[in-house]
Design a protein around this ligand. Structure first.
Ligand code: PPS
Length: 287
């Protein structure tokens, strides 16, 4: 792996991912496929588990059939791991797929087939901290350097998959025009049952109350952290080195308060106002 970023269509992207750009853009979605899109570290894995359980009516055993990254493949990494593109092309419909691409770079076939898209956004401070820890493990992203340096890079969009600000705004602005459900990590944390019902309805599933409660329980941070099929413990080590830390880190809202200095927070706030100016998107718990 090369610990380097390059720029693709104006977005910073790992060189190891960028070299497969043509195949990524030409990904052939089918009618009925579901796309889960997020900026990295926004609750993707959590939502993957929720969607899989919804699709299987809360059946715990079926949802332990394989690790999460195999049940819901990641479009940008199909050339680096299993399942690869051939296996994904053979998966029965409806497939659920994961991507971190910004809205304008989602493979066009998803829009051509009017596929349902679930988008999860997380407040940027917690996202940045989670990404800082994750990038220390991820073998195809540059070394993080100090937290101070990393935060600056995050604010500039000089991290894998580019600017958080453009990402969350892009999907927000398209959500009425396309088949997009916009969900917040903070709402999932606060009212999980309500959010799960919302996702299920969007997917055309009417779940019993007990099934919803079961999904809430199975997808709690504690339960997912202990579930080898959901906690990334079997993710390829050459891509993600978890020898020093674990993918399932804290799963909290507001963890940024333990890391941001007062000055960093003030600078962040000012920059946030500038970058989000004119956008109606408001986070349930922005601080
Ligand atoms: S990735 O690599 O982009 O797919 O990562 P992603 O899954 O989007 O985000 C990882 C963060 O989500 C936390 N997480 C959870 N939080 C609460 N509840 C559940 N069930 C859950 N599952 C994953 C995970 O711990 C990462 O956040 P941090 O803040 O680093 O703990």
């Amino acid at each position: 792996m090369q610990r380097k970023l390059s720029v693709v269509e104006g977005m910073a992207l790992a060189q190891d991912v960028a070299r497969n750009w043509e195949q990524i853009q030409n990904f052939q979605a089918r009618e009925g496929d579901i796309l889960l899109d997020t900026y990295p570290k926004s609750g993707t894995t959590w939502m993957q588990e929720i969607i899989d359980l919804i699709m299987h009516n809360g059946d715990e055993q079926i949802c332990r059939r394989a690790p999460i990254h195999q049940r819901i493949p990641f479009i940008e990494l199909l050339h680096l791991m299993q399942p690869g593109i051939e296996e994904v092309n053979l998966m029965p419909s409806p497939r659920v797929l994961k991507s971190h691409l910004p809205v304008h770079l989602v493979p066009p076939s998803f829009w051509e087939h009017n596929c349902k898209v679930i988008y999860v956004a997380r407040n940027p401070r917690d996202t940045a901290i989670s990404y800082y820890h994750f990038d220390q493990m991820l073998q195809f992203h540059p070394e993080t350097g100090s937290w101070e340096d990393y935060l600056e890079r995050f604010m500039k969009g000089d991290v894998g998959w580019g600017s958080w600000y453009d990402h969350v705004k892009g999907f927000w602005e398209q959500k009425e025009k396309r088949n997009i459900l916009y969900v917040f990590f903070e709402d999932l944390k606060k009212t999980p049952a309500q959010e799960i019902v919302k996702v299920a309805r969007f997917l055309g599933k009417d779940l019993h109350e007990e099934t919803v409660s079961k999904i809430v329980r199975l997808t709690s941070f504690q339960n997912m952290r202990q579930n080898p099929m959901a906690n990334y413990s079997s993710f390829p080590k050459e891509i993600l080195d978890q020898s020093m830390a674990k993918f399932m880190r804290k799963g909290k809202v507001g963890d940024w308060k333990t890391k941001f200095t007062v000055l960093q927070n003030e600078q962040f706030e000012e920059d946030y106002g500038r970058q989000m100016a004119g956008c109606s998107l408001k986070f349930p718990d922005p601080k």
